[in-house]
Write a protein that binds this ligand. Structure first.
Ligand SMILES: Cc1cc2nc3c(=O)[nH]c(=O)nc-3n(C[C@H](O)[C@H](O)[C@H](O)COP(=O)(O)O)c2cc1C
Length: 445
């Protein structure tokens, strides 16, 4: 066989091997061009080397500065590279097959926008008022625990970005920054997210501390019942060989695999280790806390909390009309339609599909916020059209945080602001209140 023919065969063999490899799974461009090369019979040297160059470029197809990002998804690959594997697993995990994580996002693709024309859209006003405070847009930063797992500046970087961009931030009850520091960095109120815990004194202590610090609202999360099966996290923990104690005290027992294979109620000793890294538990006697999210949280708990909260009280994790009605009847001031970013139970039901029934249950009496799978300005537009007062962003702002710290979070918010402004202009809606049900079509009509 001639040398040339031999080379051809080797190139073809190599390309066929690559074509079958998962390396190419994410790039349609590369898989298509490899298919074309293979179909063409000969694999000339020029074509072969050109394709290899493209492959190399894909390796570096990760943004190196926030301004290179075209959309919020562009932050994800870089964040994945720089965030430790187990922490990445914590950020990305859903439950079981992560299908509800995907469903949350896909839910938006079943809704179409009805654009109006012949409207003067020179001035677009995205400002949104919640409980008497005006924010630059309806976009808020959903509470995400332990943000120092993604960047050493953690929640402070998020709060500073929220300040620059004028957005509302919710601080997780499992944050690695205190509410005082978050409000200090934000320069305005930050809402406090709250897990119920099994010790009322601790729960009440957090509420009082947050209110004293200037938190306008407390959002009680009600969508985790004693545990959840976060397999993506567990798998990531297995392959991350780093010693957790090198950076922080012990592993978070709340993430550890319990007897049932779910995220377990932390053992008392474990909780002290967890609380030691969570400033909102500082100064509180946590010796009786065995669970952040006990299984017995019911309306009595909501009533008790309602009496203890002097500011606004919201429930986060409501997905049905019945619960929306009950919550409002029990004096709750606002609802957050959420399935914890697909991290509670594998319902397969996107939050955007739950939104209309919750809005119906609230019947205009309280604001309704939605989060889960929001990745585009058009997603925000659709949620507003279906009755949301504001829209929360979870993982995307952490991708920005992991990739570039404060500048990354600012860029994520800026991109969503730009995209929302664009669709508002294109659809003929000059202010948030003008985005009504008339502007969307759903498969339900
Ligand atoms: C890593 C991570 C940590 C979270 N921590 C909390 C939390 O401490 N409290 C809470 O109420 N929700 C928490 N959530 C849920 C978010 O507030 C929000 O509901 C969800 O991320 C929205 O979905 P998205 O990530 O698709 O935008 C967390 C979500 C993620 C991804």
């Amino acid at each position: 066989m001639s040398h040339n023919l031999e080379l051809q065969r080797t190139r073809r063999k190599f390309l066929r091997m690559l074509a079958a490899s998962p390396v190419l799974a994410r790039s349609h461009l590369l898989s298509n061009s490899i298919a074309n090369l293979l179909a063409s019979g000969d694999v000339p040297e020029k074509g072969f080397l050109g394709w290899i160059e493209n492959l190399q470029q894909q390796g570096s197809d990760v943004i190196t500065s926030p301004d290179q990002a075209l959309d919020v998804m562009d932050f994800e690959p870089l964040a994945k590279k720089v965030v430790p594997v187990a922490h990445w697993g914590y950020l990305e995990t859903g439950v079981d097959d992560d299908a509800t994580v995907r469903a949350n996002h896909e839910g938006y693709s079943h809704i179409q926008i009805r654009s109006r024309r012949l409207i003067d859209v020179t001035n677009i006003d995205m400002s949104t008022t919640l409980f008497g405070i005006k924010w630059s847009s309806p976009i808020l930063l959903s509470p995400i625990g332990a943000q120092k797992a993604f960047h050493s500046d953690g929640e402070v970087a998020v709060a500073k970005a929220a300040r620059t961009k004028g957005n509302l931030m919710l601080l997780s009850g499992a944050a690695t920054t205190s509410i005082e520091d978050a409000i200090g960095a934000r320069g305005a109120t930050v809402w406090q997210q709250l897990y119920p815990t099994n010790d009322w004194n601790v729960t009440r202590g957090i509420v009082k501390r947050a209110e004293a610090a200037g938190s306008q609202a407390v959002a009680l999360t009600v969508d985790l019942q004693d545990g959840s099966n976060r397999e993506t996290l567990f798998r990531a923990q297995r392959v991350d060989k780093r010693e957790c104690s090198a950076c922080h005290q012990g592993t978070y027992t709340g993430f550890a695999r319990g007897r049932t294979g779910t995220i377990a109620a932390p053992a008392a000793s474990g909780f002290a280790g967890f609380a030691a890294r969570k400033p909102m538990f500082d100064g509180l006697d946590v010796s009786k806390v065995t669970n952040l999210y006990p299984a017995n949280v019911n309306l009595d708990f909501v009533k008790r909390l309602r009496d203890a909260v002097t500011g606004k009280l919201l429930l986060k994790g409501i997905v049905t009309l019945e619960d929306a009605q009950l919550a409002v009847e029990h004096g709750v001031d606002g609802l957050i339609v959420s399935n914890h970013g697909g991290r509670g139970e594998e319902t397969l039901r996107p939050t955007i599909e739950s939104l209309p029934e919750v809005v119906k249950g609230a019947s205009g009496r309280v604001p309704v916020i939605v989060d889960g799978g929001v990745r585009r300005g058009t997603d925000i537009f659709k949620a507003l059209a279906l009755g949301a007062t504001a829209v929360g962003i979870g993982r995307p702002h952490c991708w920005g945080l992991g990739a570039f710290g404060q500048a990354g979070v600012e860029a994520v918010v800026e991109i969503l602001h730009r995209e929302l402004r664009t669709i508002m202009r294109q659809a003929g809606t000059t202010s948030i209140d003008k985005i009504t049900r008339n502007y969307v079509v759903t498969h339900a009509g």
